[in-house]
Design a protein around this ligand. Sequence first.
Ligand SMILES: [Ca+2]
Ligand SMILES: [Ca+2]
Length: 583
Amino acid sequence: MTGRRVLSVLALGLGMTAALLWVLTRMPVEVQADSTTLYVSGKGGSDGGILDPNNCTNVYKPCKTIQHAVDEATRGGRIFVTGGTYSDVHEREGVTQVVYLHRSVTIRGGYDFDFSEWDPARHATILNAEEQGRVVYITEGVTPTLEALSLTDGKVTASGGGLYAASSSPRIDGCRIYSNTAGWYGGGVFLNETAGAVLRDSAIHDNRADAAGGGVSISYGTDVTLTDNDVHENHAHSGDGGGVQIRHVPSATLTDNSVSSNTAGGYGGGVYIYDSDHMVLEDNVICANACGWSGGGLSTGSIVTLIGNEIYSNTADGAGGGVDLRGNDHATLVDNEIYSNTASSGGGVNTFNSPGIALVDNAIHHNTATTSSGGGIRATFTRLTVTRDAILNNTSTDGGGGLFAYGSAVGLVNSIVAGNQITGTGAGIWAADTRVTLLHTTLACNEGGDGSGIWLKWSSVVSSMNTILVGHTLGITAAEGTTVTTEATLWGSGAWANGTDWTGEGAVATGTVNVWGDPLFVDPASGDYHIGPGAAAGAGVDAGVTEDIDGDSRPAPTGTNPDIGADEVAQCRVALPLVLRDL
Ligand SMILES: [Ca+2]
Ligand SMILES: [Ca+2]
């Protein structure tokens, strides 16, 4: 055989293999019987008698109950279950449930009557405890998988109405867990001291816990992963975490979940995380949740990282409509959008007694504090850094339409506080007993109440470099005992002039660079506070900030003064004709 012919035969073979693979991947799922697969059919199956038990391995002779198949299964076996409702409830080892899962098996629902097709949408396998006990109880030391099962109407006075797992490593995939009730934690799911538990691609809804964790409760254990779940309309009656409660878990990851319309009597309408470090919440949608205390969307006192989440339309009777952070050593919020949340105080974000909160690249807008302070952010006894954030169009009744700070240290860099509204004092920033550092910050057009862009009392100290402070009734109101030091401030002119640039009994020193001019914002009505061509912002001083709110290099062009405010632009206004003339 010539080399070319070998190649052509090889190519033909590869092509046929690829074609075969293509055909196979598009064929209905066929089920091959083997010795490790057990079959259950509620309608046509039989568990057999004492003298003639059915071991469930014959696809033509399926067992009747899932429990019998579990008892017959060896470690690692698979149990395939036809569509239908399974409501047989058993008492074993002092607990009562549909399935007592003491083997490391996979239970997969969604098959048709003869196991020739797997389609969970057409052949729903429903495990219904009819409120006579739990639906599934997983014993210690096993690694089972539940796939394409519906778990419903579980009811227990303890924890885990739908599913209970302790000291095991369960994997729950493509399940629907709904309308279960627990007298304590975890109306739908309770994972206690699990290792590497995975809950993914599942719907957990309309469950109730009398205490905490309406949908899911995770206690102790390690490496918990929740991915692509839809957790909605669960209820934690007296405690925390309407959708999800996590406590004492050293590491957990929540990614791409939707947590919506859950309610909690305590903290965290959507999610509550307590005493748990290395928490990562990424790309989740947390919306329309509500709670009786703080953290309508999320409440946590742990070391958390929130990246790319969308947190909106949540409500808290207490503080923190969107996010409530309390006692956090380290909480980092990056690239989240937190909007249209409502709380008594801290409409968007509430931080309390937290020495390390970092906000980076977030948009916090259209949040409301209904009765107290901090429309966008409320910080109490907190060390807070705000970098490249936009705090826009939030509303508060008193103390800080955009930001309220008390007993705190707050640093804003390359951030915008604009268009916020208030009926009391401090339309933009309100600070008492707080050190505020502003570097390249844009404060514009915060309105209502006394109309102050920045309002200070009780020993507050403000240090500002390169701040745009325009469009206010009062730029800075500094009460007696406060200290303000500014350098390189653009105070606004014309339509952007402040009624009064600074006022009050405090000590105000405005440095050597003060510009009264127009920032020429690009489209402030739409929240675009980039400076336009010809803006009077080019006389900034070096504050050691080498990028702007967009990540553009600062200063631009190199060798010029940086622009005042959060935005840097590279236009060469006055300098260019001078250079040309010198040429
Ligand atoms: Ca820029
Ligand atoms: Ca510039």
